[in-house]
Each structure stands twice: as structure tokens, then as C-alpha cells.
Design a protein around this ligand. Structure first.
Ligand SMILES: [Mn+2]
Length: 379
């Protein structure tokens, strides 16, 4: 290495290459719709009413990262990536509250900008991203909720947009794969971050958040041999689930494995297994994989998990070849006393998307429709 601080130096240079057109457009729109500021304000890019990114403490739009809201879901094919919430906690077996996950994660994004220094990516300029709101789940009926979630993700995938799902407890891992798998022309691999295996058939007599991978890997083109589970361990993995995983040939990597071989080797091996004879890979990230000290706002906090920087490093590495979809689950805002679980949940999505842009897997499809949009312009 010739430069002692190579990433910092690279990132400082990389910023110069990023477009600014969408930002200028946002400012013009805000001045137009939100009135120019009072005369005493010298910075004439500031409007009277907030209609864009600033200020971060206000102007909440109810969307992820204040990205454009797409009300008409029939238009979702005009987006490259569509974020939606699956607010559900009917599958929790200890602490509830994940029905507020999408709301909490979106709110936490209010304090992020659209630009990542380390990755050299600006989502507003480079990604045609929309938030299409939340699925209507049925709190008293988990199977009807599953049907709604499968229908939602299937709609997004059929339209050609990449789905990003804000959970919701981990039971949604089954209906998301069930809705997505039919749109994959071949097998789909799953990279699953969690402290828990979630592979038993039923829990308390029902399909719950401890059971998604038993049912998902029963789907013909989502074979268990393409399921890689990272971060498993501690005192909350039921033996029933471990037996199933062993029988079906899933791959488990513990926090100790991560510590021993390092995130690069873990990510490389996970990608080999998930992508083996597969056409696409899905990322299911349970926020409880991160140590309970950093993530109090979750359904089954388990001490001894990954450090946030290990988790984010792994996310970036496994996202590089591209993903067919992402879900972030088990964020429970009522237990999240300083928003840190929501913040990390949002970072999983942000870092994954930005990595895919940097790797050339996303950021190529401009909006064609006449709507407020982010990302590249049509040539
Ligand atoms: Mn878990």
C-alpha cells in the first residue's frame, strides 16, 4: 500500500465524480413549492417550508431517506428499487413491537443524507429509488398477513423492481421468499444474518418468527443447500431447528467463525454457497445478529453477536455481486430507547444498495414516468 489512508484518500477524490443534478432539482422544486425563504436569510437555496432533505430534524415525509413516495403501486416498474414495510409482530414469541419496525426505520433515516463518504455513492443522484409504503397486515391472522406480504413482493418483482422489505418480525422470511422465488428463473440462494437458526417447523403450534427457513426451503427453487446462516449462536436456538438444518444441509457460520477467519473469508464462502447453481441471492438480515449491547430494540436480544462494523462490512461484501431483494427484520422500536436499532437497520439497507451501485449492479435504470424521481436521467 503506497498511501497509509487509502480509503479516505480515494473517497475524497471519488466525491468529485458524483453528479449534483438531482440535488439542484430538489432545491428548485422546494423553492417553487415551498416559497423562497424570508429576506433575512442569506442562503437563497433555503425555502420557507421544508420540501426536501433539509432540515434533518423536520420535514418528515414518511418515506425511507425522504425518497420519493410512489402512491400508485401499478407504476412500480418505473423504479429500479422499491422499499416497502411489512409491519408485523404476530410471529414474535417474546418481545413484540416489530409492527412499528418500518415506521421506526424510516424515521431513523431522517438523520442520514443521501451520500456515503466511504462508498463514494450518492443515492439521490444515482438510484431510482421509491418508497411504496406499507403492506396491510392482519394482526390477528399470521397466514393472511403472509398472503399479503407474498402478494406485495410478487407484485414488485413482477414489475421488474428490486424489493427492499422493512420488517416486521422474522416470520416474513417465508412469505417474502414464497412471493419472490417464482420470479427467479432458477434457484434462489439465501444469505441469512441472525443469532437464531429459525429453521424449525412450528413454534407454539404455528408458523412463527422462529420458523421461516423450514417453510422457505420447502419451496422448490429455494433449496436448503443454498441457505447460509451467519452469526448463529448463544442460548436461544432451539434444538428442533438445529436438527432440521443439519438434516437439510444448510450452512452455519458462528460469530466465533467470523472472529477466527475474518469477514472477507466468511463473505467469500457465504457467496460461494448461496450462489452455487443459483440464479439469484436474497439477503435476510435479522438485526439481532448484532450484539444486544448495540441493538436493544429487538424481539430476542442475544448477547455476544457481531459488532456493527463487522456486520456492515459483511453486508458490503455479500452485496457486491448483486441481490434479488433485501429484508431487514426484528427491529422493535418500542424497546429501542435511543433509536440505535433503527439506525443500524437503515444502514444495512443503505450500505447494501450503495455497494451494488458502486459495483455496477444498480443505478442503471432511470425513471421514465413524469414524476419526482431520484437517480440517473434517460440518455
Ligand atoms: Mn433472530
Amino acid at each position: 500500500m503506497t498511501e497509509p489512508f487509502a480509503q479516505g484518500a480515494w473517497a475524497q477524490r471519488a466525491e468529485a465524480e458524483l453528479p449534483e443534478r438531482r440535488h439542484r432539482e430538489e432545491i428548485e422544486r422546494a423553492l417553487d413549492l415551498g416559497l423562497p425563504a424570508a429576506e433575512s436569510i442569506k442562503d437563497r437555496t433555503i425555502p420557507t417550508f421544508s420540501r426536501g432533505e433539509l432540515p434533518h430534524f423536520a420535514g418528515e415525509r414518511g418515506t425511507f431517506l425522504k425518497a420519493p413516495f410512489m402512491e400508485n403501486v401499478h407504476d412500480v416498474g418505473d423504479a429500479e428499487v422499491a422499499i416497502f414495510g411489512a409491519p408485523l409482530d404476530a410471529g414474535t414469541t417474546y418481545r413484540p413491537g416489530t409492527r412499528f419496525g418500518p415506521q421506526g426505520i424510516r424515521r431513523a433515516t431522517n438523520l442520514f443524507g443521501t451520500y456515503s463518504f466511504e462508498l463514494g455513492v450518492d443515492l439521490r443522484e444515482q438510484l431510482n429509488l421509491v418508497d411504496i409504503g406499507d403492506v396491510v397486515t392482519i394482526p390477528a391472522n399470521i397466514e393472511k398477513s403472509f398472503d399479503q406480504i407474498s402478494r406485495a413482493i410478487s407484485h414488485v418483482a413482477a414489475a421488474g423492481a428490486m424489493p427492499v422489505v422493512l420488517g416486521g418480525d422474522h416470520s416474513i422470511g417465508y412469505p417474502t421468499i414464497r412471493g419472490l422465488a417464482p420470479h427467479i428463473d432458477g434457484n434462489i440462494g439465501i444469505i441469512h444474518f441472525d443469532r437464531h437458526v429459525d429453521t424449525q417447523e412450528t413454534d407454539l403450534d404455528e408458523r412463527m418468527h422462529t420458523t421461516p427457513w423450514f417453510h422457505a426451503t420447502n419451496i422448490k427453487n429455494a433449496p436448503a443447500v443454498n441457505l447460509v446462516q451467519i452469526g448463529i449462536g448463544g442460548w436461544q436456538s432451539p434444538r428442533a431447528g438445529v436438527k432440521v438444518g443439519r438434516g437439510r444441509g444448510t450452512t452455519i457460520m458462528t460469530v466465533g467463525d467470523v472472529e477466527r477467519v475474518g469477514i472477507e473469508k466468511i463473505a467469500e464462502t457465504a457467496l460461494e454457497i448461496a450462489w452455487k447453481d443459483a440464479k439469484a441471492v436474497y439477503l435476510s438480515f435479522d438485526i439481532d445478529v448484532i450484539d444486544a449491547g448495540f441493538v436493544p430494540g429487538t424481539g430476542w436480544p442475544e448477547p455476544g453477536g457481531l459488532l456493527p462494523r463487522e456486520a456492515l462490512g459483511l453486508i458490503r461484501l455479500v452485496s457486491e455481486p448483486g441481490l434479488a431483494g433485501i429484508e431487514v427484520v426484528e427491529c422493535s422500536p418500542p424497546y429501542d430507547w435511543a433509536e440505535q436499532s433503527s439506525l443500524i437497520s437503515a444502514r444495512v439497507v443503505l450500505d447494501s444498495l450503495a455497494t451494488m451501485i458502486k459495483a455496477g449492479k444498480l443505478g442503471k435504470r432511470p425513471a421514465a414516468g413524469k414524476r419526482q424521481a431520484w437517480g440517473p436521467y434517460p440518455a
